[in-house]
Design a protein around this ligand. Sequence first.
Ligand code: ADP
Ligand code: MG
Length: 699
Amino acid sequence: MRPNLLDPFFRAITTLPGIGPKLEKLYRRLLGREDEPRLVDLLFHLPTGAIDRRARPKLREVEPGSVVTVKVTVDRHRPAPPGRDRAPHLIYASDETGDLILTYFRARRDYLEKLFPVGETRYVSGNAAFYDGMLQMVHPDRVVDEKGLAALPMIEPVYPLTEGITANMIVKAIDNALSKIPALAEWQETAFLRKNGFPPFGDALQTLHRPRDMNDIAPEGPARTRLAYDELLASQLALGLMRAHNRKRAGRAHAGNGHLRRAIIAALPYSLTLSQHRALEAIVVDLSKPERMVRLLQGDVGSGKTVVALLAAAAVIESGRQAALMAPTEILARQHFNTIAPLAEAVGIRAAILTGRERGKDRSALVEKLATGDIDILVGTHALFQDDVTFRDLALAVVDEQHRFGVHQRLALVNKGEAVDMLVTTATPIPRTLVLTYFGDMDISELREKPAGRQPVDTRTIPLDRLTEVTDAVGRALQDGQRVYWVCPLVEESETSDLAAAEDRFKTLRKRFGKEVDLVHGQMRGSEKDEAMRRFSVGETQLLVSTTVIEVGVDVPEATVMVIEHAERFGLAQLHQLRGRIGRGHGKSTCLLLYRAPLGETAKARLAIMRETEDGFRIAEEDLKLRGEGDVLGTRQSGMPAFRIASPEAHGHLLPAARDDARLILSRDAALVGERGKALRLLLYLFERDDAIRLIDAG
Ligand code: ADP
Ligand code: MG
């Protein structure tokens, strides 16, 4: 249970004076809450900037385009002419060095005349700029007299606002909230705080909301950094607790004597890369421990994850247990199976596949064999979750591209065995900072090298109006015996229009190049898709038009040309995935990114990066810069709230420290019961990582 001490933080904002049900609704929007906002939401709503009112320039000295506070005399009003609502109400004001026009749209005349009595002095504050050669200020933020000025904070924080909530209202609400919160025991180490010049938690909030210096609110300033670090530490602690919990759940040691692994490696037509060796070694170490493995295997497209997964499976099969490999789509499951099956057969591992397509007698026979242990490795899709699918002794679950599966689905698979070890693989390179953020509960292996013999892909960007030239070039490639992917534009509105575009392109290309041209799309039946893929991969067809179904994982080493229409509509990660389909074999590969001109800035930047590099990790970093954190994984991870205070750009560098810190804390006081541990529980509650606390208390 949350300690009572924290109650004030979680009280509804309607307990603050002046906030009733109507404002509450607006605050929901402002603070991004579906439920009633609480004081903590308000307190974590940090200013994005501040206005410095200490400088009081004369009008002649005003820097146009800046926020200033000036002392002026009101000379005259020029209200909007009657009947012309759109025209502004102008107030002419001046000091001894120049003139200033104060401009109001849709404001009530009597109100403005009271606010600016002619002949009197007023301090006005806002953004001053030149319009029509005149210095003007549109809707000043503040208008006060001498007395009002004395009451104004000299540095005023600027908050994100929403219609109906003014700066004044929010400043007052936050002031009230600040006065309600108790001092809390310190959860950070004193030496650490001193070294970084970090204030206590409460002081940091005060400083940010009532800055006395511009630096007080800077993202890199000590107050903000302290809170960001708090937030990162809370997230890393939560992940650490989850990880400890996973591991504590009865593990089993199950790595065999290595005979199957050796046999597979001997049967491979290539030798493993150093990173493949390392990853496998780490996995085998995990498997042999009587603890649960939860490991992420990250590697760019084509880096050779599948064979590592197979070798991991072999390790548990050696000790008489079973493994499962789950892929997000039918095509991928088949492909994994096709990679695995011949190797498995060569060494006597019994492999099978189960997707939505296996039905009737075949399926029953398969399920039966699985239950009796006559299948060693089962590859499949979501179909693996079905209730009647039971293993004799499942020891390892490999989950491919896990971000496409929910946490529940992952668990459903893991629950099909006793103490199942989990290996998650992803071909979506994730920037280091985000890996720690999202997968901090997992151990991580990376396949950074590409297998030997890969050739760089020649990537070019071409405007769509040169389509004929592109088609001619594709024709030459076909004549030359090469195999070509042609990916059709992603159409946002619906899958059907997506399909229509692909079908149209298919028709034109078919007309020109004949039977060599084939089509694959997401609405085809699974068996049809596989058949089309098969024809292409064995060379019965040479040009495969597709929607983005070939995006992930499809492997045809002979394919050397990739045409992507409307490349500007794709995200970087997606383009990278698509391009990863070629450059896998010995031939020289070319990727043609067709775009519709003119390109926007971001699209231009994206395509430039594609030309520049093939390094998925570098691309992921750039993607992060261009798109922001939330999008990089395609979807936000479920159960992983976005950060409220920490930003990847300003505070990402603190993550490793937070992670180390969390590890150290948990190694000393895993149940968070010591003095600092108790304070850290407060931290977890404040950042709403209560789930993690429940895991400890559940034991
Ligand atoms: P990923 O799943 O990481 O995208 P795959 O496992 O599908 O990559 O491997 C891509 C291709 O590279 C496959 O054809 C595979 O046989 C081959 N491959 C894997 N490891 C190596 C290696 N060490 N050397 C050469 N080829 C390899
Ligand atoms: Mg693969």
